[in-house]
Design a protein. Sequence first.
Length: 245
Amino acid sequence: MCREQLPVWQKFYEIHRNSNFEILAIAMDTQGPKMVRRFTEAAGVTFPAAVDRAQGLWELYGFNVVPNGFFVDEQGILRYAEVGGFEIRSPEDAKAIEDLIAAPPGLASAANGVANFSTLAESLRQAREAVEKEPRNLDLRLTLAERQVAAKKYEDAQQTFQKVLDEKPPSARALVGLAAIHIDQGEPEQAAALLKKAWAIDPQNWIIRKQIWAIEHPEEFYPAINPKWQREQMEKEKKGSKEGG
């Protein structure tokens, strides 16, 4: 969900939270929780919010734009998905979710809808064990590297990401993960350079493009997004691409 939708989602959550319904917001921001927290706190958000720093969701689920909306039932079955333009302020989108909430529950439930979250140390251990069992599985290695970043084990994470790049050079996810490390270490220029490499691999990925802009032009994104500037920037880049071609 976009930051502008957060207050509306909070009201929606307060209405439906006792109907066996939970919201998980995921912000795709390479710069990490500190950039996201200001918006969740300003909106008074009380539902869970996570940050996908390595932008792994677009690689796993095949989307390159946001905002997106997904509804998963008690059995873990995906009942609804709208990629790009999902808007809780839209009566149609809101009704689609309300209808699903009101639908009879499935025969089986997953611990009454309560997720079983492990500690960071436990999730890191699980990721390491998974790689040991399947050392050639690059997705598992990427997951391990991302959890190493979350645990601030940056040297280990860099080595893990690099191993993925050595075996699979065109891995945008690994490059974005490395960019997150440079952000944490106060090196935005190096982070932007890595993100540009990732964008070159996936030039249609709007999410990566916006991350580059947010690092190089923070005044156009924080505390508020400037859509006019983004449109102008797109036109400049499009014009530059044509002239260069």
